[in-house]
Design a protein around this ligand. Structure first.
Ligand SMILES: *Cc1c(COP(=O)(O)O)cnc(C)c1O
Length: 399
C-alpha cells in the first residue's frame, strides 16, 4: 500500500481515473513546463533549504500539537488533539503552499503571479508570500466579495498586490476565476497561476500536496513523541482538500490509523445549499481536471454553499476522489448548525477560536469522540484561526 500511494500521481497527473489535464494543448505545454521545473527545483538543496528556512523562521513551524483536555472531558470519550495550523503566520495552512508556489515562480523567472480569491483568504496568503519573495502579484476578486470581505481587501492592498475588481456576471468567485484565467492566458509563459488548493490541472494537485505534507510529517512525529503511539483517527475539513491531504499523506501507509475528511452539509444534504462534493457528487471534469463534482444535468458546476466560504467549491482534489473510491479515507459531513456549535464549544473550552472551515472538523471529532474510549485519540488538523469569522458568528448568534 505504501508504494501505491507514494507513486501517485502517474506521469500524466492521474490518481486512478482522477486528475490529469483537461485543457487545450497550448496550456498543456505550459503545465508540462511547470511540472518539469518543479521536479528540477524541488530536488535541489537550495530550494529545500530556502523553503525549510521560511517554514521555520517566517511561518513559525513546526506548529504545535495541543491536547484539548477540557474539550475532551466535555465530550467524555476519545482524547482530542489539535494540530495548530491556526498559529501560522497569516493564520492558516494556506501560507505553506503559497510560499512554495511563490518560490517556484521566482526560480522559473516568472514576471507575475496571479490568482482569484473568494473570501480573500487565498488572496492574502498569496500576496504575503509574493511580498516576501519579491514578485508582482495580481488578485482578481468579485465586486460583491470586495464589499463583503473588507479586512482581507485592506490587507491585500497593504501587502502591495494588484487587486482587480471583477464586475462581470454575478461579481463573485466564479467570475473572478474566469477573469483571472483570461489574464493568465494573455501570457502563460511569463505568468504563474497560483492555484489555492489541491485542485486544477496537473501538476498543481501534486505540488500543493507536497508543500502541505509538512503538516502530517510534523504531526506524526510530534504525536508519536508525546503518546508513544499513533492517533486512532486523523480528521480535517475538505474544501478543495489541501489541509486534509497535507495531514493525511504521512499517515496513508499506517493502515491502523483511520483518516476522515469532513465536508460541509450547509443547510442540509436534502437542500441545494451544501458543498458535499465527495458525498453527493458525480464523476466529471471541472477547471481542467477530473474529480467528483456537483453539477447540473448539463454538466455545469452547481452554485454550492457553506457557512465557511473556504469550503464552498463544487469540485474537490483528484487524490481525495481516488482515496474515497479506494476506501483508505472516508468522508463525512457536518452542517452549519453543528459547525457553529463546535466553533463556540472550542472557543469556550480551550480559548481557541477556530476558522469556520476548521470548526467542521472539530464538530465531527466531537460527534465521533463521544462514542470512543479514553484510550483512543483523535487528531484534528485545525487549519486556521477564526478572527475572520468572529464578527459574523457574533451577529448570527446575537452575542
Ligand atoms: C481555504 C481554507 C480551507 C479549505 O481549503 P482546503 O484546500 O480544503 O484545505 C480550510 N480551512 C481554512 C482555514 C481555509 O482558509
Amino acid at each position: 500500500m505504501t508504494i501505491e500511494f507514494a507513486e501517485m500521481p502517474d506521469a500524466e497527473g492521474y490518481f486512478g481515473e482522477y486528475g490529469g489535464q483537461v485543457i487545450p494543448p497550448e496550456l498543456k505545454a505550459v503545465m508540462d513546463d511547470i511540472n518539469v521545473a518543479y521536479d528540477e527545483v524541488r530536488k535541489t538543496q537550495a530550494f529545500q533549504d530556502e523553503l525549510a528556512e521560511l517554514y521555520t523562521h517566517y511561518v513559525g513551524r513546526p506548529s504545535p500539537i495541543f491536547y484539548a483536555r477540557r474539550l475532551s472531558e466535555k465530550i467524555g470519550g476519545a482524547r482530542i488533539f489539535l494540530k495548530r495550523e491556526d498559529l501560522n503566520h497569516t493564520g492558516a495552512h494556506k501560507i505553506n503552499h503559497c510560499l512554495g508556489e511563490a518560490l517556484l515562480a521566482k526560480h522559473m523567472g516568472k514576471k507575475k503571479v496571479l490568482a482569484e480569491t473568494g473570501a480573500g483568504q487565498h488572496g492574502v496568503a498569496l500576496a504575503t508570500a509574493c511580498a516576501l519573495v519579491g514578485i508582482p502579484c495580481e488578485i482578481h476578486m468579485g465586486e460583491v466579495d470586495i464589499k463583503k470581505e473588507h479586512p482581507n481587501v485592506t490587507k491585500m492592498k497593504i501587502l502591495g498586490c494588484d487587486l482587480i475588481p471583477v464586475s462581470r456576471g454575478t461579481k463573485t468567485l466564479k467570475d473572478a476565476v474566469d477573469s483571472a484565467f483570461d489574464e493568465y492566458l494573455r501570457d502563460p509563459v511569463n505568468f504563474l497561476y497560483a492555484i489555492g488548493s489541491v485542485v486544477g490541472p496537473h501538476p498543481f494537485p501534486r505540488m500543493v500536496r507536497d508543500f502541505q505534507s509538512i503538516v502530517g510529517k510534523e504531526a506524526r512525529a510530534q504525536f508519536w513523541e508525546r503518546e508513544q503511539q499513533l492517533p486512532t483517527v486523523v480528521t480535517a475539513c475538505v474544501g478543495g482538500g489541501s489541509n486534509a491531504i497535507g495531514i493525511f499523506t504521512e499517515f496513508l501507509p499506517d493502515e491502523e490509523v483511520r483518516l476522515i475528511g469532513v465536508e460541509p452539509a450547509g443547510l442540509g444534504l436534502d437542500t441545494p445549499d451544501h458543498a458535499a462534493t465527495l458525498t453527493l457528487g458525480v464523476k466529471g471534469a471541472i477547471h481542467g481536471f477530473k474529480c467528483y463534482n456537483l453539477q447540473d444535468e448539463k454538466g455545469n458546476p452547481l452554485a454550492v454553499y457553506s457557512i465557511a466560504s473556504g469550503l464552498d467549491y463544487p469540485g474537490v482534489g483528484p487524490q481525495h476522489s481516488y482515496l474515497k473510491d479506494h476506501g483508505r479515507v472516508t468522508y463525512e459531513t457536518v452542517d452549519d448548525k453543528e459547525c457553529l456549535d463546535a466553533f463556540i464549544t472550542l472557543s469556550r473550552t480551550e480559548g481557541i477560536i477556530p476558522a469556520l472551515e476548521s470548526a467542521h472538523a472539530v464538530a465531527y471529532a466531537m460527534r465521533l469522540g463521544k462514542g470512543m474510549s479514553a484510550a483512543e485519540t483523535i487528531l484534528i488538523n485545525l487549519s486556521g484561526r477564526g478572527d475572520k469569522d468572529a464578527d459574523f458568528v457574533a451577529e448570527k448568534l446575537g452575542l
